[in-house]
Design a protein around this ligand. Structure first.
Ligand code: PRX
Length: 655
């Protein structure tokens, strides 16, 4: 690391004075409380943060480990907790969502209206035959209706599976089939960066691919009014909702009832359906929103993540609404109409807590060079109090720019580490309690027992890099991989650790003096492209499924200044190695192929062709070598086991 990151930032006195967790001693007390009475700690918070229909009497049930249960005999409704209880408490007129559309149009919805509209949609889903435990796929743009769709599912006990609008028909089909969804909610089109992109047409294609016979109806939100092909099973959302009453009795579900599935990449070709609970999940979403962002009733919170990712679940749809907060929901992209859009939105709505991805910050830093008028200094950002980042490591230079240029050196920068599987933050600073060090996500959230261990599960002394684990089950953790409990056990509770520790899949090192955690990156074959998780095997299987052209493919990542990592594919074609324009044309065809199979986010940045891949004599692809080649670094590894050393020279020739 050439960047200096030795400086430290104490929490500002004004933040400490008013913070929910005020001062390091308060943090230490919470950690001690959890250490002394782990279940009691979580049960206390579960009573404080959730309105239970039937109170639970039991905290953790580990009788079927690693399939842990929390608060299992309690019942609740997540949407009741996010909507009704605020209206009942007299907060109905409080703004829940400030929707800023791609084109700058603004729509405000208060809690009373959001509840009424959610109830209408929930009734419409029931009228379509959707029942508790049924799965509903949501393939919708960022917006009020997307949030409502998730809340409406929660209201009737249907398990939603949101699929990001950038995924292809093939990916959507796979997710519909794996979940056995009975209904799909979508929109005619989505608007991003001034462009209209089809959604309904992709749903049509996905269903036409076959295997989705479980789907009985498709509900379409009219976002743009663009033309759509109409099928007999299609219904307009506004028509179905208009016919329904504005009240809807919530379905009271057990705490362990699956609130949602969210598909994410692992180290095989097939994405896994991460299954989350209702009670434990909601607790952590609400608790972390309150403590990590130090959220107060008059804050204006803005998390820029799409509802298609877990960040949009926990910090758009569930956490802020469970707290009765006011939040911005943004449809667009950071660079449209120009790279000042984020700052403009913050200024316009008086955003006080802002949460985004390092990749967005880095791309805006870069954009300032060409568009100096988009520098944050040209906007009034004095409303900001707290800044957060998520999804990938934030390099110290970007951290400091964010702190100084966006936060005016007043706002703590909260680098939150977590995963789709963890449901919410697990290692993160707290604004009024933690001294910050750029590049470190600092310390575990109180109640999360994280450690760095070696391959045998032995805890390593601070200062030694190793494998990040969580030593005790916590309420918002993944419950299962949908339909694949064996894979769940193997992926997260491997035998190497005697099935005792949750394996995050990341490497980490703790600072020798402070014990602070720094995440060193994935230890499996998962890449992080602009904060989006992609499995190398998934991209490889997409490439080799182009059977007409591809004989073999290997995918690795290389560091990229803006996107964190870039995808590099090494491809062996059936026709032999192409050259010149031929190579260019085939590379571009393969990129489009991957976009069609998975989605544009999976398109390889570099494609290199070769007659063969570097393999050991036993036929194993030597990925370490490919990583060096992808980085254009000299190969320093031992290549004595390499069967075909000459191939390295050929691979070095980039297209
Ligand atoms: O590698 C870690 C990285 O993102 C992975 C989780 O990705 P996903 O499940 O898509 O969830 C992203 C949003 C929570 C992790 O295994 N990651 C996430 N946050 C950080 C991070 N790496 C370093 N620092 C972070 N703050």
């Amino acid at each position: 690391m050439s960047e200096r990151n030795s400086d430290i930032y104490e929490p500002p006195a004004a933040v400490v004075a008013a913070a929910h967790v005020s001062g390091r001693a308060a943090y230490d007390r919470l950690v001690a409380e959890a250490e002394t009475d782990y279940e009691g700690y979580w049960a206390r918070l579960a009573r404080e943060f959730i309105s239970w229909h039937k109170p639970f009497t039991e905290g953790l049930d580990a009788s079927d480990a690693p399939f842990f249960k929390w608060f299992a005999d309690g019942t609740l409704n997540v949407s009741y907790n996010c909507l009704d209880r605020h209206v009942e408490a007299g907060q109905g007129e409080k703004t829940a969502l400030i929707f800023e559309a791609d084109d700058g149009q603004i729509t405000r919805v208060n809690y009373r209206e959001l509840l009424a509209r959610t109830c209408r949609l929930a009734n419409a889903l029931r009228a379509q035959g959707v029942r508790k435990g049924n799965r509903v796929v949501i393939y919708m743009p960022m917006g009020i209706e997307g949030v409502m769709a998730m809340q409406a599912c929660a209201r009737i006990g249907a398990t939603h599976s949101v699929v990001f609008g950038g995924f292809s028909a093939q990916s959507l089909r796979d997710r519909i089939e794996d979940a056995g969804a009975v209904l799909v909610l979508t929109a005619d089109e989505q608007l991003r960066g001034g462009k209209r992109l089809p959604l309904k047409a992709i749903v049509d294609q996905a269903l036409a691919l076959g295997g989705c016979e479980s789907v009985r109806s498709v509900i379409v939100y009219q976002r743009t009014g663009g033309a759509v092909d109409w099928q007999p099973h299609d219904h307009w959302l506004h028509e179905l909702s208009a016919a329904q009453p504005t009240t809807c009795e919530p379905e009271w579900v057990e705490a362990e009832h699956p609130l949602f599935l969210l598909y994410t990449s692992g180290s095989t070709g097939k994405p896994k359906g991460v299954q989350h609970s209702s009670g434990g999940y909601l607790l952590h979403a609400a608790l972390t929103t309150k403590w990590t962002f130090d959220l107060k009733p008059d804050d204006v919170f803005w998390c820029t993540a799409d509802i298609g990712w877990v960040t949009g679940h926990s910090y758009v749809t569930y956490g802020p609404l469970a707290l009765g907060a006011t939040e911005v929901v943004f449809e667009g992209v950071p660079t449209y109409p120009d790279a000042g859009r984020f700052w403009e939105v913050i200024q316009r709505h008086g955003v006080t807590v802002f949460y985004t991805a390092p990749t967005a910050i880095r791309s805006l830093i870069k954009a300032v060079e060409g568009q100096p008028q988009t520098h944050p200094r040209h906007y009034d950002l004095t409303s900001l109090r707290i800044l957060g980042t998520v999804g990938e490591p934030i390099n110290p230079a970007a951290w400091r720019w964010y702190h100084e240029q966006v936060g005016g050196s007043r706002c703590p920068v909260i680098d939150t580490f977590w995963q789709t599987e963890t449901g919410g933050h697990i290692i993160t600073p707290l604004p009024g309690a933690t001294t910050l060090v750029p590049g470190s996500c600092t310390l575990p959230f109180p109640g999360i027992i994280a450690a760095v261990v070696d391959e045998s599960g032995k805890e390593l002394p601070h200062g030694h890099g190793g494998i990040l684990v969580v030593k005790k089950p916590w309420p918002s953790m993944i419950r299962n991989i949908w339909g694949d409990p064996e894979r769940f056990k193997k992926s997260y509770y491997p035998d190497e650790f005697n099935g005792q520790y949750y394996l995050a899949g990341d490497g980490a090192v703790r600072d020798a003096t402070t014990g602070y955690f720094t995440i060193t990156g994935r230890i499996d074959d998962v890449l992080n492209i602009s904060g989006h998780r992609m499995g190398t095997m998934e991209i490889e299987s997409a490439l080799v499924s182009c059977t007409e052209l591809v004989a073999e493919a290997a995918v690795v990542g290389r560091p990229d200044e803006t996107t964190g990592e870039a995808i590099c594919a090494f491809v062996v074609l059936k026709q032999g190695r192409p050259e010149g324009d031929d190579a260019k044309a085939i590379a571009s065809r393969l990129r489009e192929w991957v976009a069609k199979e998975i989605g544009p986010i999976a398109k390889p940045r570099d494609i290199r062709f070769a007659d063969n891949l570097p393999k050991t004599r036993s036929g194993k692809i030597m990925r370490r070598l490919l990583r060096s080649v992808a980085r254009n670094e000299p190969v320093t590894q031992d290549i004595s086991t390499l069967e075909n050393p000459a191939i390295l020279e050929q691979l070095g020739q980039a297209y």
